[in-house]
Design a protein around this ligand. Structure first.
Ligand code: MN
Length: 484
């Protein structure tokens, strides 16, 4: 038994989701990502004396939406608190956050693992807060640059219980959070741009132990893959220390993806005293029944509800439906195609196979897919009507359509001579030529070597440039081989 097998990993996650609001949480400054540094900054963002913060109602709306989606208890009486600490990208000296009364309490996130195991990860709470600015360390520069555009951008911090027992469970949790915020349209879920950031609390303990081990917090991981790798190497590091009889302290570490190691950042972080106190410049936020009900009314369909709809209304298999609901834009696109074609299974196949690999190849997301739902439906109809065979449609027509999406599939197929050949005269002529060219094979076929049919069909497809309708051609071939 390896040392690893004796231990159990315990993971709790803190996920910061940057909300897709127009303006910041306490000012009218733009919350847009990627603007020229320090252009989305007014005196309110900087909390200059005499300025007052004012809460953006959308932030509370979004928090309630996520809380309802995760079955949290919604706190009706909300206060903001100052979390005091000094950091260069936080010139105010404090961050406005929530402390004692977070907007959502409890709740669950349902995840499914690779092997099909379903698990409900309990949430501790979700709170609203503002983001800090960004320190930029340029290579070969000794100075640090500060961009305060991000200061005051609204965040939801989603805090799980220490309920995950593997890096895979942590990855599944992050994927589900990303999917939920995308379905709710409250955050774009883009980890590369920092819209979703994750800290992991990792500890290990001997299997069967009930007491939690010393935990280490790993900060700011920017992809699900890196978060999983960081949890793995950190667990290995802790197990090695314990096996060597060494002790270690609770601390904050950072993960370097290049070296695949974690490094200590700030020791004795737990001694940090944030001196939380209620923000005196903001009045409490009371969430009324009317407010809560209005949000309930406008809740969009969540992945689970989509799954049911795809299986019931469109009679898709659970597998096909699961793949489609991985991405909200894809499932919405599916429904638009379904307005023009009732071959739902084919639509699912095209989206889950050809469209998906095209997007991967071009490193694009579904919103950037150039072909309209109506035109994808037309392509499927061409196949259904035997006007083009499916392999030509996938290998030739589809790539052409993505390059000239303003043309119809039929126009493109005609222009490139891709329509199926089911004209008997032309097919008979091709078959006649093949019979003359392969007399020995014809002889052997007639003597019973029936599996030569595949070779003949291959010749027909080759000579018709893949356009022969296999059904029609197959029938004509058998007749021709019999009669001579
Ligand atoms: Mn936070």
């Amino acid at each position: 038994m390896s040392a690893r097998d004796k231990y159990e990993i315990v993971v709790g996650l803190e996920v910061h989701a940057q909300l897709a609001t127009e303006s910041k949480i306490f000012s009218t400054d733009s919350a847009k990502f990627g603007n020229t540094p320090n252009t989305n900054v007014t005196v309110i963002t900087l909390a200059h004396p005499g300025t007052l913060p004012k809460l953006n109602k959308k932030v509370v709306d979004f928090a309630i939406k996520l809380g309802l989606a995760c079955q949290c208890h919604i706190t009706r009486h909300n206060v903001f608190a100052r979390k005091n600490y000094f950091y260069p990208d936080l010139p105010k000296g404090y961050q406005l956050s929530q402390d004692k009364e977070p907007v959502c309490i409890g709740g669950i996130v349902s995840v499914e693992l690779e092997d099909g195991t379903k698990k409900e990860i309990p949430l501790h709470h979700i709170h609203m807060e503002e983001d800090a600015g960004k320190s930029i360390h340029l290579e070969k520069e000794t100075d640090t640059l500060i961009d305060l555009n991000r200061a005051g951008v609204p965040l939801l911090e989603i805090v799980s219980d220490p309920a995950m027992r593997s890096s895979e469970e942590a990855g599944a949790f992050l994927k589900e959070i990303r999917r939920l915020v995308q379905y709710l349209e409250i955050c774009d879920g883009n980890m590369e741009e920092g819209s979703l950031r994750c800290d992991a609390n990792v500890s290990v303990r001997l299997k069967g132990a009930t007491k939690l081990g010393t935990r280490v917090e790993i900060k700011n991981m920017n992809s699900i893959r890196n978060a999983q790798r960081a949890i793995e190497v950190e667990a290995d590091r802790q197990i090695a220390l314990l096996e060597a009889g060494e002790t270690f302290y609770q601390e904050t570490r950072t993960y370097n993806a290049t070296t695949n190691k974690t490094y200590g950042m700030r020791e004795k972080e737990n001694l940090n005293d944030y001196r939380y106190f209620p923000e005196p410049d903001l009045s409490p936020v009371l969430i009324s029944d009317e407010w809560l009900n209005a949000i309930k009314e406008e809740m969009p369909m969540l992945p689970k509800q989509w799954l049911e709809k795809l299986m019931q209304t469109y009679r898709l298999s659970e597998y096909d439906a699961q793949v489609l609901i991985e991405d909200k834009n894809t499932v919405q696109y599916f429904e638009q195609v379904a307005q023009y074609s009732s071959n739902y299974k084919a639509i699912a196949n095209w989206l889950n196979r050809d469209v998906k690999s095209w997007l991967n190849e071009h490193n694009l997301s579904m919103t950037a897919f150039p072909v309209s739902p109506q035109k994808l439906a037309e392509l499927i109809t061409l196949i259904d009507q035997n006007q083009i065979n499916s392999s030509t449609a996938a290998k030739q027509l589809f790539p052409l359509l993505t390059r000239q999406p303003e043309d119809t599939p039929l126009e493109i197929a005609k222009a490139h001579d891709l329509l199926q050949e089911n004209n008997s005269d032309i097919l008979e002529k091709i078959i006649g030529e093949i019979i003359l060219e392969f007399p020995q094979e014809v002889e052997r076929f007639r003597k019973g070597k029936k599996n030569l049919q595949g070779m003949f069909m291959g010749q027909i497809m080759k000579r018709s440039k893949g356009k022969a309708d296999p059904k029609v051609a197959g029938k004509l071939l058998i007749e021709a081989l019999k009669t001579e």
